[in-house]
Design a protein around this ligand. Structure first.
Ligand code: ZN
Length: 156
């Protein structure tokens, strides 16, 4: 796998894939390219600029999803995206759980991005579907990595 090396997860490589300003085409960035395009998030109930932090950590859906998985893992969420992800990556727990906790943040980011783009292009993607998709991905990951079937179970 791309993020694995002979010692396990390659966090230096993974760190490069945490989205930062200028790397992901959120509305705030697209607004700098085309000032007639709105820089606002089109998915939240309040008018707020769609930044990396907003889309992946502080927006309504992002907060809800992070809270769901943080509560399930008994982790106190931290306010900033990178800070929060590093916390998940550095938890001191048994090796199997640690591998799963290191994957969860990346999967959450991926499905937040997928949800945003699906809705932007006219589709639907509920909060429940987002949580289901993250769980399903983690379930499949655990089966591939540990040969453990978690069908029908809460994962964290
Ligand atoms: Zn929003």
């Amino acid at each position: 796998m791309f993020f694995l090396n002979e010692k396990g997860w390659d966090f230096a490589k993974m760190e490069n894939y945490i989205p930062e300003y200028g790397q992901v085409s959120v509305a705030a960035l697209m607004h700098t390219w085309n000032p007639t395009a709105s820089d606002l998030c089109g998915f939240c109930t309040s008018l707020v600029v769609e930044s990396i932090e907003h889309l992946f950590k502080r927006g309504d859906i992002a907060q809800c999803v992070w809270r769901y998985f943080s509560d399930a893992a008994d982790i106190s969420p931290l306010p900033y995206l990178k800070q929060n992800i590093r916390k998940w990556w550095s938890l001191d727990c048994n090796p199997r759980k640690k591998v799963v906790y290191q994957v969860v943040p990346i999967v959450i980011l991926w499905f937040l991005w997928m949800r945003r783009n699906t809705i932007l292009h006219g589709g639907t993607f509920s909060r429940g579907k987002l949580i289901w998709e993250v769980n399903d991905f983690i379930r499949k990951f655990m089966f591939l990595r540990f040969k453990v079937s978690c069908e029908g179970q809460d994962l964290i």
